[in-house]
Design a protein around this ligand. Structure first.
Ligand code: GTP
Ligand code: MG
Length: 325
């Protein structure tokens, strides 16, 4: 089975088809249109072609490092495999993107089999932490898991209420402290509640912080220490919630958060609002962090587990003729 047939096959069996196609519409139309134009003028894998491909990849937000890697690899494979037609090159391009994403292994989900799995959500202001916390809780509920939330953003006025309202709608408990309370103390209460009530998952929403604010970054480290005293090996997962529309700036955010908070994955939000969906590949290639979930809209069920094949299918459907493959 060819690579493209396999991709189409996985996508056809995915229950998230419509969400992916809709959520990645902007990325698909922008990327597809450019690749189609490039293919129309195709006269071989020459310098001009590779340069234009590079520009398209940069515009899709792969970043210079990853974009260069893709271009080099497409060129190598075109020579090795004697690829002649635009169609062959298009297929090769998608395969290269897939291979680069899969080059480094991804940490599996660190589930705490003996008790509560604690997940910490971190990120800069407005990246989507609170809404994503609620969306995740909803996903876990659908998997019949017992979920509760910790409102550890005691910093921004209204933040606790925002999460508490989501919890109420979902019919789950939200452990909160007073405004300006020490977020670590809220986490202690939340861990104790979760243990006592035999929860499967505790998701901790934290305050948005800029990566250059040392005090706030240190606070993250303290929160980690505190939960590890309450529940063994907690937090089991620490996810950076990254706004896809912020582009390459997100990568430097991620590097600094990683130093303090030992990230185990990324949740990429607002993919529906950007044509720069290539950031997915850059995150994995540069940071070796897997994209765990993607936000494909504002509604509660618009968060989906990240699936590389569905993603690649959704961004390439506009130029690859999957019916022929
Ligand atoms: N279109 C779209 N909007 C999203 C997505 N995820 C979050 N948002 C929106 O982004 C805005 C900010 O979301 P919040 O969850 O409040 O962000 P936050 O990181 O908690 O913000 P702070 O607590 O202030 O740091 C809201 O209007 C959300 O509806 C997504 O995947 N797609
Ligand atoms: Mg918030």
């Amino acid at each position: 089975m060819s690579f493209l047939s396999k991709l189409k096959n996985t996508f056809s069996n995915s229950k998230d088809q419509d969400r992916y196609l809709k959520g990645l519409q902007k990325s698909r139309s922008s990327f597809s249109e450019k690749i189609r134009r490039l293919s129309l003028n195709f006269s071989g894998v020459n310098e001009e072609f590779l340069e234009e491909l590079m520009v398209i990849l940069l515009e899709a937000d792969l970043g210079i490092h990853t974009a260069q890697k893709v271009v080099d690899e497409v060129e190598n494979r075109a020579v090795d495999q004697r690829l002649k037609s635009a169609k062959e090159i298009e297929s090769c391009l998608i395969e290269v993107l897939s291979d680069i994403y899969n080059e480094t292994e991804e940490e599996p989900f660190h589930e705490n089999k003996d008790g509560v799995t604690v997940i910490m959500m971190v990120g800069v202001n407005g990246s989507g932490k609170t809404t994503t916390t609620a969306k995740l809780a909803h996903l876990f509920q659908q998997q019949n898991k017992k979920v509760c939330l910790a409102a550890a953003d005691t910093f921004r006025a209204g933040a606790v209420d925002q999460l508490a309202q989501w919890a109420q709608r979902l019919g789950i408990e939200c452990i909160k402290g007073k405004e300006n309370a020490d977020p670590s103390s809220v986490l202690v209460d939340a861990c104790r509640y979760a243990k006592e009530h035999e929860m499967d998952v505790l998701i901790c929403d934290t305050a948005g912080r800029l990566q250059n604010k040392v005090n706030l970054m240190n606070e993250l480290a303290k929160m980690r220490r505190v939960v590890s005293r309450e529940i063994e090996d907690a937090p089991h997962e620490t996810w950076l919630v990254l706004d896809a529309t912020t582009g390459q700036n997100g990568l430097s955010q991620a590097e600094i958060f990683n130093e303090v908070a030992c990230l185990s994955g990324v949740i990429l939000t607002k993919l529906d609002g950007t044509a720069k969906g290539g950031i997915v590949i850059a995150i994995k290639d540069k940071l070796h962090l897997g994209v765990k979930y993607v936000g494909l809209g504002e509604k509660i069920d618009d968060l989906r587990e990240f699936d590389l094949d569905s993603y690649l299918y959704s961004i390439s459907e506009g130029f690859v003729n999957y019916e022929e493959n």
